[in-house]
Unconditional design. Structure first.
Length: 316
């Protein structure tokens, strides 16, 4: 199929509305994303602060470690929490994220089932501070935050990790979405480049459609065997509304917004990406360009979130 063939003729890709990276950069990121606003989303700590100020729900921040000597206080910082996530504030692509699902005899159980002692955890945080996982390798800080307890609707189609919903938002209108499902190969992370499954979502109904894994079309999760198509995403209108509001939050015209669904808290905004990838087209088996051009042609985008949601659904 054309969706799996990276060497398909460029004119055929254009006919299907497939957008490449060069066109994304030239036509949408450069004109619509002011570089002065990049720090608002490249720094997850700052993004979280902006979201809270705008009453957008995010995972609770437990602690921030900014300098090496603060690592010594780690046992006291983590004492109240059985589960948590450690991540670099300036990380990308899921690198440097460590998920702890419980404590066993003074050791920390990771999402992959392995146990890590206190020294290993401190070493990981030290690496975060050194900039090992940050954009450009610059010194960073470590965020310790609430571990999302994902919605049970995903129990049969996720492997040891939290699925997330990536939505491309252009001029405040959600245009295309997919759900990313962790696998054994991705080590429980919802990152397609690390081996997660990408599943397209029908924008009008919020139901999952096709799936892709390592550029192969699939109908079932490779680890659980669960059927990935035809699943109704809970709180779909609320999710679309959250993603639309992130445009106003960051002042960036072309973004990727990642949402997670918590069992008790509902939709939570995880992060905003100023340079979202293009594999969402493969997961949905349709190109972004026709939808983006339709939104681009609208002289004035509605300020009402409800109207933007309706516009998003009309693109389907």
């Amino acid at each position: 199929m054309i969706w799996n063939n990276l060497f398909a003729p460029s004119n055929r890709l254009r006919e299907l509305g497939i957008m490449g990276m060069n066109q994304r950069n030239a036509d949408f990121i450069l004109p619509y994303n002011p570089r002065r606003n990049f720090p608002l989303v490249d720094d997850k700590r700052r993004t979280k602060e902006l979201a809270l100020a705008a009453c957008i729900a995010v995972p609770e921040l437990y602690a921030v470690i900014e300098i090496e000597h603060q690592i010594d206080a780690l046992p006291q910082l983590l004492a109240p929490y059985e589960e948590f996530v450690v991540k670099p504030s300036h990380g990308s692509g899921g690198e440097g994220i460590l998920v702890v699902t419980g404590k066993v005899n003074g050791r920390y159980r990771r999402a992959n089932g392995l146990l890590e002692d206190e020294d290993e955890l401190k070493y990981h945080i030290s690496n975060i501070l050194s900039g090992m996982y940050s954009l450009g390798g610059l010194p960073d800080c470590a965020l310790i935050e609430y571990r999302v307890d994902f919605d049970p609707i995903f129990d049969g189609i996720s492997y040891r990790g939290v699925p997330d919903i990536r939505t491309i938002v252009f001029r405040g209108v959600p245009v295309l979405a997919m759900i990313r499902l962790p696998t054994r190969f991705s080590d429980g992370k919802a990152n397609l480049h690390q081996g997660a499954v990408g599943v397209g979502i029908d924008m009008a109904s919020g139901h999952t459609t096709s799936g892709v894994w390592h550029n192969d079309n699939i109908d079932h999760h490779p680890d659980t065997g669960g059927t990935i198509a035809g699943l109704g995403i809970p709180h779909w209108d609320q999710i679309l509304g959250l993603t639309a509001r992130c445009y106003d939050l960051a002042g960036l015209g072309y973004i990727g917004v990642d949402i997670v669904l918590d069992r008790t808290l509902g939709p939570l905004m995880l992060e905003i990406n100023a340079r979202p990838g293009l594999s969402i087209q493969i997961a949905n088996r349709q190109g972004l360009l026709p939808r983006l051009r339709r939104i681009q042609a609208i002289k004035e985008i509605p300020s009402s979130i409800e109207e933007r949601i309706a516009l998003a659904k009309s693109l389907a």
